[in-house]
Design a protein around this ligand. Structure first.
Ligand code: XMP
Length: 507
């Protein structure tokens, strides 16, 4: 397995993910908490960092148990660290070293660069530059602007690179990690979703013992997979709560509850529709609607959690991208666009310890883990669905009648996507009920009714998205069906906006 030492880079988890893509198990430790027992690690990767080796805050771990004893791959800060503290020289760079660059020189016949050729695109992100290699340093690659873009240390299996192999824009990053981990360090490729399940279940057993754990199920992939892992670890001590906020898809509450029961989960369905819809009555501002839903959810959940004696833990289906997004949404420099409420939603008064078994995984990995536990492929393949549900797809104020109309429209759209085999090709789809009426004609009658917008996007993480080019015949048939079957709707439009500048949801 691989030890990743984290110096605080925004990409550290991405390194772990890329290592997992090679079916190799890795563990991330802070740079200053290096484990004492190093025998079981076959290689060490040093991450990048936001700080400079030249500053007073420079992070300075003791690598004496690792240097020369284990294969090391030092990325960015890691590379500068090796240079700066071992007789080389690092100084502020006077050219821009961010973004795209190409390897203009590669030392020939190096295992490290096998199947990687001159011209290969790499991604840079640093403001310091290595002016002089450390003692024993051998230059391996350069870009146009950065001479010491890669080097190794003679008589050691120590490799250092200034660029980031873990980001997708480094086109041969995967190959480079492959070369280092498999050709040079000879690490076993035995990480599989099954082994993740086994390890996680063992960890959960050790951590939770006989404690009771409460978990809010949403019907989505993440909370469902988290529940299955916990169920395997602690069985009936896992108490699942599935809240109907009255804003779910048509029949979803009943169907999904049934499915959870079939999976053997100890789950309680709580129909709190009236409580949510009453609290939302007359409210039309998107952020206010979100906040009300977040607040009522916590109230309902807290009531239920209190009815479980001696519960000690709150489990959450947080996955890695949630962690990144909520960091920037709470206090980071980026503005809060929408207050996603599913992370950090733990009210102080609940005072439960938090357990998050999926925190290091990305969505596709969660799906793989779920599949390895034989979970239903339809459940695992479900599109993302926002916590506030249809409330943020009904623009403006909300009534029970509007919820009913949108549920009908949405059901036709989603069912048609499934029957046309388009559902799995789309990352997320749904319908929006617009706050306008428009004139139509049905039979010989004038109508003045609602307009709905259909939205289907492709994306990898929801951060950016593009609209899907659905076949005209599909749109034609779906539009017809909606207008003929859903009373109160006389017009259907299709949303052809990308994110950015639009967002996926309309509110
Ligand atoms: P936007 O609309 O911001 O959506 O482009 C990106 C992704 O996030 C989902 N989304 C939410 N999820 N609570 C959630 O749990 C929310 O308040 C919320 N708002 C948007 C959206 O469905 C898409 O997948």
């Amino acid at each position: 397995k691989v030890l990743i030492l984290d110096f605080g880079s925004q990409y550290t988890q991405l390194i772990a993910r890329r290592v997992r893509e090679l079916n190799i198990y890795s563990e991330i430790y802070p740079y200053n908490k290096i484990p004492d027992q190093l025998e079981s690690y076959n290689a060490v990767i040093l991450s990048g960092s936001p700080v400079s080796v030249r500053s007073d805050e420079a992070l300075h771990p003791d690598l004496s148990n690792i240097r020369g004893k284990k294969p090391i791959l030092a990325v960015c800060y890691g590379a500068q660290y090796l240079a700066h503290f071992s007789g080389g020289e690092v100084s502020e760079s006077n050219t821009r070293e961010y973004g795209r660059a190409n390897l203009a020189y590669i030392k020939e016949e190096e295992d490290f660069f096998e199947n990687i050729h001159k011209g290969s695109q790499v991604w840079m992100s640093h403001s310091d530059t290595i002016k002089q290699l450390p003692e024993g340093g051998v230059l391996l690659a350069s870009t146009e602007d950065v001479e010491n873009a890669a080097f190794k240390i003679e008589n050691e299996q120590t490799y250092a690179i200034q660029f980031h192999p873990e980001v997708y824009h480094s086109t041969d990053g995967h190959q480079l990690l492959h070369n280092f981990l498999i050709k040079i360090a000879r690490v076993n490729q035995d990480w599989t979703p099954q082994s993740f399940v086994e390890e996680t279940v063992d960890d959960l057993k050790a951590k939770l013992g006989n404690d009771k754990v409460v978990l809010g199920l949403s019907g989505g992939v993440d909370s469902s997979v988290a529940a299955m892992l916990l169920h395997k670890a602690i069985g009936k001590n896992l108490y699942c709560i599935f809240v109907n906020n009255g804003l779910l898809r048509k029949n979803e509450f009943e169907d999904v509850l049934h499915q959870y029961e079939g999976m053997g989960l100890n789950v309680k369905g709580v129909d709190a529709s009236a409580r949510f819809l009453d609290a939302l009555a007359g409210k039309s501002e998107p952020e206010e609607k979100r906040k009300i839903i977040g607040r009522v959810f916590i109230e309902v959940f807290d009531d239920e959690a209190h009815s479980i004696q001696d519960v000690k833990w709150l489990a959450q289906g947080t996955i890695y991208p949630d962690v990144i997004e909520s960091v920037s949404a709470t206090g980071g420099p980026s503005a809060t666009i929408k207050s996603h409420h599913n992370v950090g939603g733990l009210p102080d008064f609940m005072k439960l310890k938090v357990v998050e078994p999926l925190k290091s995984l990305f969505k596709d990995e969660v799906r793989r883990v779920g599949a390895s536990m034989n979970m239903d492929s339809q459940l695992l393949g479900r599109h993302p669905f926002p916590g506030p549900g249809l409330a943020i797809r009904i623009l403006g104020d909300l009534t029970r009648e509007k919820v009913r109309i949108l549920q009908e429209v949405d059901a036709i759209f989603i069912n048609n996507l499934k029957s046309w085999n388009l559902y799995d090709k789309v990352w997320q789809a749904g319908a929006m009920l617009l706050p306008v009426n428009s004139v139509g004609v049905m039979g010989d009658e004038r109508t003045y009714e609602k307009c709905v917008a259909l939205r289907a996007v492709e994306s990898t993480d929801g951060m950016t998205a593009d609209w899907v080019n659905l076949p005209y015949e599909f749109l034609q048939k779906t539009s017809n069906e909606i207008i003929n079957r859903v009373k109160g709707v006389n017009r259907v439009v299709y949303d052809i906006s990308s994110k950015p500048p639009a967002t996926i949801e309309w509110e």
